[in-house]
Ligand binder design. Structure first.
Ligand code: DNO
Length: 358
């Protein structure tokens, strides 16, 4: 298991790389070029500069999160071939720097959704939360609510220029149901796989967050059955998953350890997001500290499952709470994610040593 930490770049992240370097057991930065518009080719010089900066801090850059997929590809518009060629060019460019894994998602319009960016927990910390009734409302209202509560940061996957004409974007998806989105996803995967295989870059699709349909938009990366369909587009280690325990676990019917066992067991999970969440009834949940006892997921069982199947990929602590007075980027402050990484590394050491002594 290689432990990473997501970072938004020196221009846009208040956490210095040196601080990340000081978290014990964190060896990798999970990064991206956030200033390249969705669909455009990532320039070689910029990728090189980001990697050089990360390496100068004594860390490695081998996982990208995300190279986002243009809506034309998801909608299946004729222009998609041009965007797909750009995507392949970005893969080639990333491969020059030894990037191993690209995390991405295939969610229409919205990336991850929370309705409360500052939900106070009993201990006075603040976590991200989702109230199911709010997402029954209009997409425009939820968009406004999210954008107004980010503490001035841009959220990953919530590019303002792309979401500026939300109505037009929603209309563009009007004829895209689950079946069409699935066809368009298959088309994308089958088009990029030869490049991924030739250049040795593994694709790892992130589950829908939350893993269910919202605002009448299709959602096709929600559960084990969906993952099997995606695996069937092209059965290869290059067509894999970012198994995000929090996102999958947001649906209590998803058996997260079983999903990990199945897909990581088949070598299809190069990347894992380790996060805990707590269900609070009626489809509501809030994020929690990583510890098993703080949420509804058993993190020991999750890591033990990964160990059992011989997982040797990348992991990162996922969203953290705001604690100790920190007011960070929603979900991406320093302190609670550092505690998360340390906890996960502690569990891993115990599991590894127990297994060696069994
Ligand atoms: C949110 C993240 C997502 C994730 C993308 C992957 O915090 O988990 O934005 O990076 O869905 O493409």
């Amino acid at each position: 298991m290689k432990m990473g930490f997501r970072w938004y770049g020196s221009a846009d992240d208040s956490i210095p790389l040196q601080y990340i370097r000081q978290i014990p057991g964190v060896s990798h930065v999970v990064g991206a070029l956030f200033d390249v518009p969705v669909g455009e080719v990532w320039p070689i010089e910029k990728i090189g500069a980001l990697q050089a900066e990360i390496e100068a801090a004594g860390l490695r850059f081998e996982v990208v999160e995300s190279v986002n997929v243009h809506d034309d590809i998801k909608i299946g518009r004729p222009e998609r071939d041009r965007w797909i060629e750009n995507y392949c060019q970005t893969i080639r460019h990333l491969s020059r720097f030894g990037i191993q894994v690209i995390c991405y998602n295939f969610m229409p319009v919205f990336d991850w959704i929370r309705t409360d960016m500052r939900h106070e927990l009993a201990d006075g910390s603040f976590a991200l939360a989702l109230e199911a009734a709010v997402v029954e409302g209009s997409a425009e209202d939820v968009l406004r609510r999210v954008q107004d509560s980010t503490n001035g940061y841009l959220l990953p996957g919530w590019e303002p220029e792309r979401l500026a004409d939300i109505r037009a974007l929603l209309e563009a998806y009007q004829d895209v149901d689950n079946a069409r989105l699935t066809d368009n996803f298959r088309y994308f995967i089958q088009a990029i796989m030869p490049t991924c295989e030739k250049y040795n870059v593994r694709m790892a699709v992130h589950p829908d967050d939350p893993p269910r349909a919202l605002f009448g938009l299709p959602r096709i990366v929600k559960n084990a059955a969906d993952l099997r369909v995606i695996e069937g587009f092209h059965d290869s280690p290059y067509n894999g998953f970012t198994l995000c325990t929090g996102s999958l676990g947001e649906n209590p019917e998803n058996d997260v350890p079983a999903i990990l066992r199945e897909f990581a067991g088949r070598g299809k999970a190069p990347f894992v997001h380790a996060r805990n969440i707590r269900h609070t009834g009626n489809g509501n949940f809030h994020e929690s500290a990583h510890l098993s006892e703080c949420g509804s997921l058993d993190m020991w069982e999750i890591l033990r499952t990964l160990h059992d199947v011989g997982f040797d990929g990348y992991v990162r602590p996922d969203h953290g709470r705001d604690i100790w007075g920190e007011r960070g980027r929603p979900g991406y402050g320093l302190y609670d994610r550092a505690l998360g990484a340390t906890y996960l590394n502690g569990l891993w050491e115990a599991i590894r040593k127990d297994a060696a002594h069994a």
